[in-house]
Write a protein that binds this ligand. Structure first.
Ligand SMILES: Nc1ncnc2c1ncn2[C@@H]1O[C@H](COP(=O)(O)OP(=O)(O)OP(=O)(O)O)[C@@H](O)[C@H]1O
Ligand SMILES: [Mg+2]
Length: 351
């Protein structure tokens, strides 16, 4: 009976805890939190100054006593304490909007494929100590396929490439499970670093991370015929003074060729280890791109050309994982089918 009360009144949540962004989905309300995974801390008194978008605006602009921390690295928690505080802040924000006495929520959270038991336990512990009453782990690739409404329960191959900020995960899914996969630490953030390196090496211009990301988002695509020069601002490494230069956008796009090639090579390698029956399905259905990194214009076409299979970017790829996790809040049977055993439950079965 008490459980019924909890189910009725608690606002269960789906959380996509990403390297770049954290999203929270609440049943009947949709995506209620969509913020950068960034926390700004005042080291003089150890107080948190801001979390999310506000903290992200401080990147590269802080005096020495303010530290802007990104507590996730390559899809996993690298700073447990800060992650816990960030989650607590987001969960509280959602709870307060509902009622001041809301019971602790059930949480479904996404995890990467290539995760150790210790990293998995860190996710569970952070969510529990941030205020959840129970936590269920689901692989991000499975969640993104569900979010894109792919028929993952069928005995048929579904190919998903989730390009996030720190991680690209490639998975072939059939009968609600991952049959073949590859994961690499080349993703959206590396495109930004490519731009930073390009500006430094070719133009002696030092560009900040946020600036590089902004330029990446302005690009018109690999096959665009628009060649309106893009303005890049930074510090001239020779004079030490601020400088603005105009660069042909195609040159900027091609500075990312190596990173794009890494992704393509890993997609090919995944297809090579996929059972032929499933390869045939994928050839027919194509490959789905999800995650914010897939918003790099023209990336779908470059991948399609390289692997000679149809490639499509999903609708709203930045929210695909959290929407998939949200669907699982409502579908207990599917959640049972796809949930990864919790680290404590695995310990119990080992014993
Ligand atoms: N319009 C855009 N064009 C190009 N890249 C974009 C665009 N919008 C967002 N991105 C990139 O998407 C990435 C973030 O995507 P996403 O939120 O899916 O990652 P994440 O889930 O936080 O990271 P991960 O899954 O690797 O842990 C960032 O690198 C960001 O620069
Ligand atoms: Mg992600």
């Amino acid at each position: 009976m008490f459980k019924n009360f909890l189910t009725k009144f608690s606002k269960d949540m789906a959380i996509d805890l990403g390297t770049s962004n954290t999203l929270v989905y609440v049943k009947d309300r949709g995506v209620v939190v969509n913020e950068s995974s960034v926390v700004a801390i005042n080291t003089r008194n150890d107080q948190i100054l801001s979390i999310g978008e506000e903290a992200s605006k401080m990147i590269g602009k802080t005096p020495p006593h303010i530290v802007v921390s990104k507590p996730l690295l390559d899809g996993v928690i690298s700073d447990f304490e800060v992650t816990e505080k960030m989650l607590k802040y987001f969960i509280n924000k959602v709870q307060q909007e509902n009622s001041f006495m809301a019971p602790r929520p059930k949480v479904v959270v996404g995890i990467p494929l290539d995760i150790t038991e210790v990293e998995k336990k860190a996710v569970e512990d952070a969510i529990m100590s941030a205020g959840a009453r129970e936590v269920h782990l689901v692989e991000n690739v499975i969640a993104s396929a569900i979010g894109a409404r792919l028929p993952i329960q069928d005995p048929s191959g579904n190919a998903v490439v989730n390009i996030g900020g720190g991680l690209t995960e490639i998975a072939i899914i059939s009968l609600s499970g991952v049959v073949a996969w590859r994961s690499l630490k080349t993703a959206g953030r590396d495109f930004d670093h490519d731009i930073i390196n390009f500006a430094r090496n070719e133009y002696n211009l030092l560009v900040g991370e946020r600036n590089a990301e902004r330029i990446k988002m302005q690009l018109e695509g690999f096959e665009s015929d628009k060649e309106v020069p893009l303005k890049i601002r930074g510090r001239d490494l020779i004079t030490g003074l601020p400088k603005e230069i105009s660069i042909n956008p195609l040159l900027i796009l091609h500075c990312m060729d190596r990173s794009v090639k890494m992704i393509v090579e890993n997609i090919k390698a995944t297809l090579e280890i996929t059972p032929p029956e499933l390869t045939a399905d994928i050839y027919q259905k194509g490959i789905l791109l999800t995650g914010g990194g897939s918003l790099l214009k023209g990336l779908d076409k470059v991948i399609a050309k390289a692997i000679r299979i149809n490639v499509q970017t999903g609708d709203d790829p930045l929210t695909c994982v959290v929407r998939g996790l949200g669907i699982l809040l409502d579908d207990k049977n599917l959640l049972k089918e796809v949930a990864v055993p919790s680290s404590s439950r695995e310990e119990e079965t080992v014993r």
